[in-house]
Design a protein around this ligand. Structure first.
Ligand SMILES: [Zn+2]
Ligand SMILES: [Zn+2]
Length: 237
């Protein structure tokens, strides 16, 4: 059996829901950029000493952190560096740390119907157990099934990124009932009068259309018969 042909243009077939990977940076200030990125990524890692390892200890955590790159889908996403507001409870439990609370962040994109730019705020709840290495939870779950505590810190970024990517619509709209664009003139239908239309006539029928539009040749159902009285009531015999 021959191997499946690989698509000619691989980039076009990427899954829109997959979070964007490491951006390909071709700028010369790559080093400066990546150090800024590293600082941002570090901000999302909570030091476990902030929470306390004793089961039962709990911390309320209210912080605003900068969004990392690639948090979005094709037509909508979180601008890199945008403020992400986290109101979380971090609870130390036997198996690890339970993270729960609310995340609020700005999203920008483009209406899938009329292509107008759109801005919105996305709010969602999270509840996630980060397992300690060596815990029963870690031993009895698959690698990708549960989030792990990596050394002495807990990385909130993948949790927020994954939730954003799964929550954002693949076809965002500026309003729930956006009518999109007129196929003939490309204007937004919502900006046009309700009776907006274009009279598009197939050139082969142009002659016929012209004759129909001429009042002298238009058939009239109640055209008076020649010679007869024009207003005779047919029911009067
Ligand atoms: Zn729209
Ligand atoms: Zn139009």
């Amino acid at each position: 059996m021959p191997a499946a042909p690989s698509p000619a243009h691989g980039a076009a077939s990427t899954d829109a829901r997959r979070p964007a990977g490491d951006p390909v940076d071709t700028t010369t200030d790559q080093a400066a950029r990546s150090s800024a990125e590293k600082a941002r990524e570090k901000a999302w890692k909570i030091d476990l000493r902030e929470i306390g390892r004793r089961a039962g200890s709990m911390r309320e955590w209210d912080k605003t952190l900068p969004a990392l790159a690639g948090w979005g889908v094709e037509m909508i996403g979180v601008p890199e560096g945008a403020p992400v507001h986290l109101r979380l409870r971090l609870e130390s439990v036997m198996e690890g740390v339970l993270v729960s609370g609310q995340v609020e962040l700005p999203v920008t994109g483009q209406c899938a119907r009329c292509l107008d730019p759109l801005e919105d705020t996305l709010t969602f709840d999270v509840q996630e157990l980060y397992a300690y290495s060596g815990s029963t939870t870690e031993a009895t779950s698959e690698e990708d099934e549960v989030r792990r505590i990596d050394g002495e810190s807990l990385d909130l970024a993948p949790l927020v990124r994954d939730t954003v990517v799964l929550t954002l619509p693949l076809s965002p709209t500026c309003t729930p009932d956006c009518a999109g664009l007129c196929v003939d003139c490309g204007e937004r239908l919502d900006d046009l009068p309700a009776d907006h239309s274009h009279e598009v006539i197939d050139p082969r029928w142009a002659g016929l259309a012209a004759r129909l539009a001429d009042p002298d040749t238009t058939d009239s159902a109640d055209r008076p018969q020649p010679g007869s009285a024009s207003r005779t009531n047919p029911e009067e015999n």
